[in-house]
Design a protein around this ligand. Structure first.
Ligand code: ASP
Ligand code: MG
Length: 423
């Protein structure tokens, strides 16, 4: 048995779905296929949620129509016969969404978000499973929400490790099918209310299923050849890392490499499950494998986070930044769920680098203001280099002004911005 995860890019149009079927046909194994929403559907559904909550009816209808048209366009490329039952199934999903939009949003944004955004995976898996059968690959469709139970932390559901194992084992049975298609990113509470596991959470779903079913191998299919030492968006000459240890992978994910969801590694490591990252464009290439061994060369890896904000925090009474101040500050970030990307203190100031979250930053600043004064700097980038040396630091800091930097034995991090052009 294998677990495969296909992300949004690998199902973003009809040809991509056909390619997915071709990849599956290369394997004789039983495969659990975890699928994300098609293309950029999750982003579109996030916007739809915002429009719903802010009651912008006209825009809501337009945006809803775009999402529907996109999925129908893909289906027309896959199912020329318009009496194919998949059309009814998909119609039902859109009808349910529409009915929700006729009602009013609840007071709980995160709850509404999960109920709406989860439809992306319901649509993609319905279409993919139907197409596989059409292409001669016997596929069953599983509603992951009947197997994976989480708490009711909407948008960040935490897996119930007591209830989920039995359900997963009972439900994921290959009865006369080669493949079971299911949704990444989703779960449900004990009361059957849909939750999501955090953005890009489908990798995590794949890892959980492998863990609970004792499947020794997971493959994540991507539009890159494997785990690279930098995002090709920023660098022309990237290097493929053929082998990474779980520790390497956790570190890269922690610093923000978008290749694997940070929570993914933990369940894999516990059961020594190998994680392959392979290209869906070149499926016969070896890609990267994450396991117990690491690559013997220390290739520098670069991780860029754009649109960063530096918050500088000063105690109002000019007291030192010490344990009690730190407790207050970190407590505020934790309660607001604003993730700290980098932090550093001096005698009378504390600096925190965070993503530019327009909702949470004002909340944090407001809470800090009882005890501290604050200053913020916007429009920054955070660069992390693992296995850095002087040369690699120079490479990324050309024409940059560094506002904050931190080096340890293996990793260098710099918060910086473009140097003002001197005329
Ligand atoms: N579709 C979800 C997202 O884009 C989950 C995933 O892609 O892993 O965040
Ligand atoms: Mg996605």
């Amino acid at each position: 048995m294998l677990v495969f995860k296909f992300g949004g890019a690998s199902v973003s149009n009809a040809d991509a779905v056909k390619n997915l079927a071709k990849i599956l046909a290369k394997y004789d194994d039983n495969i659990i296929v975890v699928v994300s929403a098609m293309g950029k559907t999750t982003n579109a559904l996030e916007q739809l949620t915002d429009l719903y909550v802010s009651r912008k009816q006209d825009e809501l209808e337009k945006s809803f129509e775009n999402i529907r048209a996109y999925h129908y366009y893909i289906m027309q490329g896959l199912f020329p016969d318009d009496s194919h039952p998949v059309y009814e199934q998909v119609k039902k999903i859109f009808k349910n969404m529409q009915e929700r939009f006729e009602g009013s949003p609840t007071m709980n944004y995160d709850f509404d978000y999960d109920q709406i955004v989860s439809n992306g995976e319901m649509l993609s898996t319905t279409i993919v499973a139907a197409y596989l059968n059409e292409a001669g690959i016997a596929a069953g469709w599983k509603d992951i929400r009947e197997s994976l139970i989480s708490d009711d932390t909407y948008r960040e559901g935490r897996i119930d490790w007591n209830l989920s194992p039995v359900l997963v084992k009972n439900n994921f049975v290959f009865n006369k099918v080669k493949v079971l298609v299911t949704q990444g990113f989703l779960a449900a509470t004990v009361n059957n209310i849909t939750t999501t596991l955090g953005r890009e959470g489908s990798d995590y779903t794949a890892a959980i299923l492998a863990y609970l079913l004792d499947i020794p191998k997971v493959v994540i299919w991507k539009d890159v050849p494997g785990v690279l030492n930098a995002d090709p968006k920023w660098f022309d000459n990237t290097i493929l890392l053929p082998k990474l240890s779980y520790f390497d992978a956790i570190e890269l994910a922690y610093y923000g490499a978008s290749v694997i969801h940070p929570k993914t590694i933990q369940p894999l490591k516990k059961k020594n499950i190998s994680l392959y990252v392979k290209s869906f464009v070149h499926p016969d290439e070896p890609g990267s494998v994450i396991g117990n061994d690491s690559y013997d060369k220390l290739v520098p890896s670069f991780i860029f986070k754009m649109n960063q904000v530096l918050i500088k925090i000063f105690p109002r009474d000019f007291s030192f930044i010490a344990e009690d101040n730190l407790e207050t500050i970190i407590g505020i970030f934790a309660r607001t769920h604003l993730k700290i990307n980098l932090m550093q203190n001096s005698a009378v100031s504390f600096m925190v680098c965070v993503n530019n979250d327009r909702m949470k930053i004002p909340q944090v600043i407001k809470a800090l203001e009882d005890h501290f004064t604050t200053e913020t700097e916007n429009g920054l980038e955070l660069v992390t280099i693992r296995y850095y040396d002087e040369k690699t630091i120079k490479r990324v800091t050309v024409a940059k002004e560094i506002l904050l930097e931190q080096h340890n034995l293996t990793t260098a991090q710099m918060v910086m911005r473009d140097k003002p052009q001197s005329s």
